[in-house]
Write a protein that binds this ligand. Sequence first.
Ligand SMILES: Nc1ncnc2c1ncn2[C@@H]1O[C@H](COP(=O)(O)OP(=O)(O)O)[C@@H](O)[C@H]1O
Ligand SMILES: [Mg+2]
Length: 359
Amino acid sequence: MSVNISVRNAVKRYGAVTIIPDLSIEIKDKEFFTLLGPSGCGKTTLLRMIAGFNTIEGGEFYFNETCINEMEVSKRNIGMVFQNYAIFPHYTVQQNVEFGLKNRRLSRDEIKNATREFLELMQIQEYHDRMPERLSGGQQQRVALARALVIKPDVLLMDEPLSNLDAKLRLEMRQAIRNLQKEVGITTVYVTHDQEEAMAISDRIAVMKDGVIQHVGTPQEIYHRPANIFVATFIGRTNLLNAHYSAANKSIQLDDFSFPMENIAASEEGPVVLSIRPEDFTMSKEDSGGIKSTITDSIFLGLNTHFMVALPGGQEIEIIHESVLDLDFKSGDRVYLTIKVDKINVFSEDGNRNLSRDV
Ligand SMILES: Nc1ncnc2c1ncn2[C@@H]1O[C@H](COP(=O)(O)OP(=O)(O)O)[C@@H](O)[C@H]1O
Ligand SMILES: [Mg+2]
């Protein structure tokens, strides 16, 4: 059985220090849900509260209709995978996976069959009689996953499971985890500080800062319409520009350039901060009504080239342009910029609110 997880007004304190002041989330049945945030923001703390390894200083945790606050760890039926693989070095791969089933009153055949099923699912059946020291990091993490899942848990909790792997393996394993989670169909809470990993793997993401959830949404929602400037800058790259919003004309003034902006819910006038992704500008040598700017630097990165561009008022931005063969832009060039206006996010001056209507 898989469950939905409901966290209502959770509080976590260590002594006098409050790590999580008041946190609520709803994680859906079979969802791949990721807690994303900088190191120290409380991701592991929250995950350990769900698992039952941490005391709870306030609020309620539910699996479906059942409050689990007082439930023992062993009764929660959770599978866990950590950063350090935590598999037994003196057991073979097969024995490691069988381990969780040994106390479950299953017949030898049932244990064997279940173990084989998950070794095959994780594509490590051929290593079943190897000792862990003779496996790569990625293979060891596959063993840890198979062992976590073979007990048919209601919930799978993973805390930075890929951070000890090299870059190439990380990509491979995140795809494997994603496929596995869909195939098994299990509610999963995944912790990472890597925004790209979170976007690639998750159905939904909760972005955290200082124990407070900043935004919950799909990777697309969070990328395109971040709730505040922290989220806009933590997810992907963006340019932040000081500008002015005029409610009367429904327009944005950026330096001496102005353009219409219909999509704003706020009625207040005044200083705002624009967040514009580097791919949402178009550069042209011809003046077709764009912002007259100057290229100050460029970095060729293969697929794309990154340009640093100075706006007339002195603000600097980064623009990403596909590296086509006849790309004719270089440092010192005068260019005219147009912006994909519907992609712009307009934030309150303090950065705490996205003023766009559809957020
Ligand atoms: N056992 C503990 N005692 C005191 N403070 C702790 C303990 N565990 C974590 N913390 C503190 O709680 C905060 C959140 O930690 P953690 O949940 O591990 O962050 P993350 O996983 O997001 O990097 C940090 O400031 C950390 O120092
Ligand atoms: Mg952590």
